[in-house]
Structure formats: structure tokens, C-alpha cells
Design a protein around this ligand. Structure first.
Ligand code: SF4
Length: 430
């Protein structure tokens, strides 16, 4: 395969590709009384950000455990779903009744998790209807449902299409059956493909996760997975697997029961291979790891509004929540979560409030998610330009051909795209 010159010719721009972010949500600060008070005060204020948000009710149950999974989830028992949904609706209402949320608008309702497709069809759509009835949505808002290829039955997919759901998200991970078995992904690659085909036939946008850097994965296996995703006309999140301590896979690797991951060179080849194959197939790289052929995805507001907008997330173990300068995650254990909500408490476990310096750094991470830094907005918020705050870094990155700077904005070049995590590190706290 031909590789674009711009991506390969200056491969020594940095010695090696970095990972980002340097922390996970589990590193957020535990909830402190003064931060909680500040958050409660914030919720009484009006949302004057002029940014629309994403609403993300979270179903934190899974019916099997992927060996690489680092996320909090709870083993699925159908008898728990109704009591859980009752508490989830109660938590949603706690937010819906605040001044901040009453004065906010949402352009996406995303059932996240976990595995929301484990809900029955009726549970799923009554939750969506509940969100529609209690939160302000913009005229053209989008509904997305996350799930597994095993639990999105034909009945649920047909109902989703009829309801007007825009997208279903599935964690395909790989179309290599040998790797699927190692990762404890119970259904076959063929079955995943059939589910995607069915959803596409029904007119649903399908977004799948695929991973490179799986232990034992070859470049050929990865290339086949990328090509299969393209053939299936899926939107794709193609990300590099990080094996975190505490996961089953980590233990298996430590004990020699799983092979090692790719070396730095092979990882880079995998990244470039995917980048080039997707580009040839008409996809555009957007966001963290997304390859998209859908123009609308470039305009998704919760991403584009970073870090001034918000994701209002709810449910046990949800961790992507941010409302302007506040970031939070919820209690992970489903029963503890339900008990907290039942007592009328916000079930927040970790909460942090960003300082102005933090917000400046967050604005610069827009480059990592392939978004421009708007210089005028920066000046309006902080009273100075990015060049005043980071003169050396920006000069160096521009000289290396990694970014372009105009009077209006700073954005990545195609070469910078390959090094976006390293670029994010340039603005991180050392
Ligand atoms: S489906 Fe997702 S949340 Fe559930 S175990 Fe697998 S990776 Fe974890």
C-alpha cells in the first residue's frame, strides 16, 4: 500500500509516539465537600455558554466480561434492570430540575454503558422518551444506542429504526475469530458482520470500535479488520488497546498466557495502515480515533464544544461527565448507586473543578481531538492569545510542520495528525 509522503517522510519528528491522556478517569479527585458545594452552586446558575450538550444515561450492565475491559460494569441480571431504571430516571430528574439544565439544550441522547442493548425494547424506548420529555432538545437532535452485537436483536434494531434512532454503537473490536476468543468476545466475526449489515439495511448509522495492538495481532489481521469495517460501511473508532493493570488480559500477559503486544514500530505501522486505508475509502479522521464518512459527525456539538459545553452523564459507573469546568464520575457498584439515589443524593464518586490554567490546557487538547483552537474565543475567555501562553511550544510545532497558525485559529497538519498525542503533551503539566 502506498503511504502518503507527508505522514512518513519525517518519522523522527518525535522519537516515539506518545499515549494520551496521561491519566484515566479513575485518577480524578475523590469527591471533596467544598467541590461538591461549588458544583451544587454551579447547578443553580443559568447556562450562558451558548453550547449544546449531550445527555448520556448509562446502563452499566454487561452479560460477559471482555478480558481487556477496564470499565466499571456490573454483571447483568434481568431482575435488576427495572429497579435500576427507576433510580436512573430519579437521578436524571435531579439534574433536569436544576436551573443549569433547565437553561441547557441537548443535541444528542446517547444510551451509554455497559450494554444498553440488554434492555428490552420497551425499557429502551421508554427511557429515551423519558429523556425527550424532561430535557430541552434542539430541533434536530440525535439518538444513539450503545450495545453488543449479541443483544441487539432484529426486533430491537427494527424498533430503533422506526423510532428514529440515528446510530447504534457496537464494540466489534476485531473481525479475527482467534483474537475474539482470546478477548472473550462470545460471538463470531461473521455474526457481528451480519448484525451490522442488518442495521445498515434498516438505515441506521453503525459505529463500531476496532482495536489495534491486541496481544498477538499481526499487521495482516489488523488490515483485514479495517477492510471488513470499510466493506460493512461502518463508522469506525479505531483505537490502540491499552492493557491496564487489574484487567483479565493484563494478568494473562503477566502469566505468559497471552502473547505480548506489538512493538513501537508495528504499532505505528498499524496506525498508518488504518489511516491510509480509511482515507482511500473516503473516510475522514475526526475526534479522538474516529474515521467517518458522515458529514454530520464533524459537527457533533459535545465534541466541538469542548471544553466549554458538556456531557451530562448519569447511571452507575458513568465517567465521561463534564459540565464546563466540572468533571465527574459516578459510584460504580449498581447497588451502591441505587442506594445513594434512593436517599436523594447525587451518586457522584469523583468530582474535580478545573482552574483557569487547567481550562487553558484543556482548550489546547482540542488539537488532540483534531479540532482547531479558536484564537478569538481563547482571547475572550482568558484575556490573552495562545501564543502569549505557549510561545515556544507553538513556534517549535509550527517549525516542525505539525500545526498551522492563522489569525483565527491553530490546527493540526496531516503530519501533526500522526503525532497528536505528542502534541498534547507539549501543553501538559510537566
Ligand atoms: S462490553 Fe464494554 S463495558 Fe462490557 S465488558 Fe466489554 S468492554 Fe467492558
Amino acid at each position: 500500500m502506498k503511504q502518503s509522503r507527508s505522514v512518513t517522510e519525517k518519522e523522527n519528528t518525535y522519537e516515539e509516539r506518545a499515549s494520551w491522556p496521561p491519566y484515566t478517569y479513575r485518577d480524578y479527585a475523590d469527591i471533596a465537600p467544598e467541590t461538591y458545594e461549588a458544583f451544587m452552586e454551579f447547578l443553580t446558575t443559568e447556562n450562558t455558554s451558548n453550547k449544546v450538550m449531550e445527555l448520556q444515561p448509562w446502563i452499566s450492565f454487561c452479560d460477559s466480561r471482555c478480558t481487556f475491559c477496564y470499565y466499571p460494569n456490573n454483571p447483568y441480571r434481568s431482575s435488576m434492570m427495572e429497579p435500576y431504571l427507576k433510580m436512573l430516571r430519579k437521578e436524571l430528574m435531579m439534574y433536569a430540575e436544576t436551573n443549569y439544565v433547565k437553561t441547557s439544550e441537548f443535541d444528542e441522547i446517547v444510551l451509554g454503558g455497559g450494554t444498553p442493548s440488554l434492555m428490552t425494547k420497551d425499557q429502551m424506548f421508554s427511557l429515551i422518551k423519558f429523556c425527550e420529555d424532561n430535557f430541552n432538545t434542539v430541533d434536530n437532535y440525535f439518538i444513539k444506542i450503545t450495545g453488543s452485537s449479541r443483544s441487539f436483536s432484529k426486533e430491537k434494531l427494527v424498533a430503533a429504526a422506526e423510532y428514529g434512532v440515528y446510530q447504534v454503537d457496537m464494540g466489534a473490536q476485531t473481525f479475527d475469530d482467534k483474537l475474539r476468543k482470546m478477548l472473550n468476545l462470545p460471538d463470531s466475526a461473521e455474526h457481528v458482520a451480519e448484525e451490522i449489515k442488518l442495521a445498515r439495511k434498516l438505515g441506521l448509522c453503525v459505529c463500531i470500535d476496532i482495536m489495534y495492538n491486541i496481544p498477538g495481532q499481526t499487521l495482516e489481521s489488523w488490515t483485514n479488520t479495517v477492510k471488513r469495517a470499510i466493506e460493512l460501511d461502518a463508522e469506525v473508532d479505531a483505537y490502540c488497546l491499552e492493557v491496564y493493570p487489574g484487567t483479565i488480559l493484563y494478568k494473562q500477559m503477566q502469566e505468559g498466557r497471552a502473547p505480548p503486544q506489538a512493538d513501537e514500530e508495528l504499532q505505528k505501522q498499524m496506525y498508518i495502515t488504518a489511516y491510509e486505508l480509511f482515507k482511500e475509502a473516503g473516510y475522514k479522521a475526526i475526534g479522538h480515533d474516529r474515521y467517518s464518512r458522515d458529514k454530520w459527525h464533524e459537527k457533533e456539538n459535545c465534541i466541538n464544544g469542548w471544553p466549554w459545553a458538556g456531557i451530562l452523564t448519569t447511571g452507575a459507573g458513568c465517567f465521561m461527565g463534564y459540565l464546563q469546568k466540572f468533571s465527574y464520575s459516578n459510584i460504580e457498584n449498581a447497588q451502591d448507586y441505587m442506594d445513594a439515589v434512593n436517599q436523594g443524593r447525587y451518586p457522584i464518586a469523583k468530582l474535580s473543578e478545573s482552574t483557569e490554567r487547567d481550562m487553558i490546557r484543556k482548550v489546547m487538547t482540542r488539537l488532540y481531538i483534531r479540532l482547531p483552537v479558536d484564537k478569538l474565543e481563547f482571547k475572550e475567555k482568558f484575556g490573552k492569545l495562545p501564543e502569549d501562553v505557549y510561545p515556544e511550544q507553538l513556534k517549535r510545532l509550527k517549525e516542525k510542520g505539525l500545526i498551522e497558525i492563522t489569525d483565527e485559529e491553530i490546527r493540526l497538519t496531516e503530519l501533526g495528525d500522526l503525532w497528536k498525542a505528542n502534541i498534547a503533551w507539549e501543553f501538559a503539566e510537566k
